[in-house]
Design a protein around this ligand. Sequence first.
Ligand SMILES: Cc1cc2nc3c(=O)[nH]c(=O)nc-3n(C[C@H](O)[C@H](O)[C@H](O)COP(=O)(O)OP(=O)(O)OC[C@H]3O[C@@H](n4cnc5c(N)ncnc54)[C@H](O)[C@@H]3O)c2cc1C
Length: 296
Amino acid sequence: MFPDELDYYEASTVDEALELLDEHSMQETELLAGGHSLLPAMKSGLSSPDVLIDIGNIDAMHGVSVDGDGLSIGAMTRYSDLLASDAAREHAPALTAAVAEVGDTQVRNRGTVGGNLAHADPASDLPGAALASDATLVAAGPTGEREIPVDEFFFGMYATALDPDELLVRVEVPSAADAVGTYAKKASPSSGYAMVGVAALVETDGDTVRSASVGANGVLDHGVRLKGVEDELAGATLDADTVEAAASRASEGLDSGMMLSDLQASAEFRERLLEVYTKRALQETTGRADPPAAAD
Ligand SMILES: Cc1cc2nc3c(=O)[nH]c(=O)nc-3n(C[C@H](O)[C@H](O)[C@H](O)COP(=O)(O)OP(=O)(O)OC[C@H]3O[C@@H](n4cnc5c(N)ncnc54)[C@H](O)[C@@H]3O)c2cc1C
């Protein structure tokens, strides 16, 4: 199927993109980042924008830099560029571990960190890792920039705290250079998206957990933080018993009536997957210091 006719604009600065959003505020408008969610949606008729604003050439939205004691990731940074960045692997190990599991090489060469988060597909790989990484999402709008803590960013399926006249310009992540970050994913056999994915960021002092944050995607209609797991890990000795006990609390506090359920996995099966993949993510934190390289 071919998309309907539309007007295409290319913005070369954030201000230009904002002006275009303002100018076309009465029309159905989409931002074109990597196009790897938007274009399939347009080709299948799920999305029919009147106006497409290409933000791919906004230099200020590309790249990774160390900023104070954190990492700043331009929203247009492609997955492959994030994975190639030593700074990202050092300071944002959970996020890079999750990015390494996105799609295949082709998808990772085009898709962007900002596009993934702004799209807020519940089955995508980055929401859980962004939550575990305590990311801050920086949006630019008509009145300037505003910071959105990741805990307040995801509203539901394809719904975020971004206003229609805003664009996500960068993602800031506090440095987790002293932590081990992992991501364990049960990929859908048909699409490769996450049926369940769990990201963990664990810092230890000897064998004792100094801090632990754990997030998941694919479970509810938006990414979630696994508070029960984090509580079990806090101050505990990081061993097999702790991992088992922590994983058993994975669905604590999650509304079981809101668990995603579809042809591939019932809500009950997803709850079980969540426990198993939480255990795998935590087991990995005990045995390996480096995030994995990108999968083929
Ligand atoms: C074959 C295939 C396999 C895939 N497998 C996976 C997978 O395993 N895991 C996974 O997580 N994803 C997967 N994806 C999706 C992929 O990661 C997309 O790249 C991602 O979901 C969207 O990022 P994008 O840069 O392509 O955004 P686009 O598709 O260009 O845009 C998506 C939406 O986000 C909005 N948007 C984009 N950037 C911004 C911004 N800066 N500010 C505000 N709004 C913005 C757009 O308006 C649009 O509505 C797959 C895609 C394909 C085609």
